[in-house]
Design a protein around this ligand. Structure first.
Ligand SMILES: [Zn+2]
Length: 98
């Protein structure tokens, strides 16, 4: 006769899966934030470099920062970084997200 152990095991398995998913989401959120912060720090460096003597030197500047934000003058070295920036800075719907 069934004792219910296998059912319980399946439920526990489900719970574990949910837990892992949530952890993954949390980690990727932290990584996204960290990447965003790094991006902002990079922008500060390149802005400071540009305001120097006006010459274009690639010291401390990401030379492959070619992804121009459509809403401001900032550039990013990847589409993902640009999208992250946009989401944090310009996205009018971000507060409505869960
Ligand atoms: Zn922008």
């Amino acid at each position: 006769m069934p004792c219910g152990c296998s059912v319980q095991g399946e439920v526990l398995d489900d719970l574990r899966h949910v837990d892992v998913d949530q952890q993954k989401r949390r980690v990727s959120g932290e990584q996204a934030l960290r990447a965003f912060i790094e991006q902002m720090q990079t922008m500060e460096i390149s802005d400071a470099a540009k305001s120097g003597d006006g010459t274009t030197q690639n010291v401390g500047i990401k030379v492959n920062a070619t992804f121009q934000c459509a809403e401001c003058r900032q550039k990013f070295d990847s589409e993902k970084a640009k999208q992250l920036h946009w989401k944090f800075i310009h996205d009018p719907n971000r507060h409505q997200e869960d």
